[in-house]
Design a protein around this ligand. Structure first.
Ligand SMILES: C[S@@+](CC[C@H](N)C(=O)[O-])C[C@H]1O[C@@H](n2cnc3c(N)ncnc32)[C@H](O)[C@@H]1O
Length: 249
């Protein structure tokens, strides 16, 4: 099964597709000092909750970049429902195919999608290139709470094994010439609220699609991710939104 379809199925019931909450997305707006007239670019904008919510409160000009056509459709429907189609646009395709206006945005966000720009260390320079000199950059990224014991490290998927601990993530953020002005961490409740709807959506999809050719592979992946969550991720994996400006400002 293509990964875009996999995520469309298991994130069927999500609105915010990260271990976050409406209150924390509002706090992020405070840290980013959102106000009327700002241009906002959101990389990996998912179902468009953040841009639509902000655009409802402030007259921003928002652009969301999103590869998943199912999420794009939901984001556009959300914009319609919120009455903000004149303020936000969702562009379908790989983020790296989009050429942002250099220095053209007041706020550049990438909330849980740094892989869309390759990884954290490539995402930040890409985002900085799109940012006005006094603009705000916010990136949501996982990190490890503590060094992994060898028996845990052996279970970690390779794409997660490269992650830093929290202090290392802050240091990597600031090595790009940014000053960290705000940090919003996911709580365990946020994690449980993010993970739980995956399991129900997966079970209901499997029940409704008994003859689907990818059913077994799909269920294997869901089982693997659920086991990983309880075996080590819930204890060792953190997630947070790092907000900063160029240190020179
Ligand atoms: C963890 S979700 C976060 C969604 C949203 N930022 C939120 O917080 O609700 C990551 C998003 O990045 C999107 N994505 C993955 N690869 C991408 C790419 N190459 N270009 C654009 N979007 C991508 C996924 O489809 C997904 O919607």
């Amino acid at each position: 099964m293509h990964f875009l379809e996999y995520f469309a199925i298991i994130e069927r019931d999500h609105t915010i597709q990260n271990p976050s909450s409406p209150e924390k997305i509002r706090l992020l707006a405070d840290y980013c000092q959102v106000r009327h007239g700002l241009r906002v670019l959101d990389v990996g904008s998912g179902k468009g909750y953040l841009l639509c919510t902000w655009a409802k409160e402030w007259q921003i000009e928002g652009t969301g970049l999103e590869i998943n056509p199912w999420f794009i459709a939901e984001a556009r429907a959300r914009a319609q429902e919120a009455g903000v189609t004149d303020r936000v646009a969702f562009i379908e395709g790989p983020a790296l195919d989009f050429s942002p206006e250099p220095g053209g945005y007041d706020i550049v966000l990438c909330i849980g999608a740094s892989f869309a720009l390759q990884d954290f260390d490539h995402a930040i320079p890409w985002m900085l290139a799109a940012l006005k000199p006094d603009g705000v950059l916010a990136i949501g990224e996982p990190f490890f709470h503590a060094p992994l014991p060898p028996e845990v490290a052996a279970k970690v998927d390779p794409e997660l094994a490269r992650l830093h601990d929290l202090a290392g993530t802050v240091a990597a953020f600031e090595e790009h010439g940014l000053s960290l002005d705000g940090f919003i961490a996911a709580s365990l409740d946020d994690w449980d609220r993010y993970e739980s709807p995956h399991w129900r959506a997966a079970r209901e999809w499997a029940r409704a699609n008994p003859d689907h050719p990818d059913r077994e592979e799909f269920l294997r992946r869901v089982r693997h991710d659920k086991e990983a969550y309880f075996q080590w991720q819930r204890q060792y994996l953190g997630w947070g939104i790092f907000v900063g400006r160029r240190a020179s400002f």
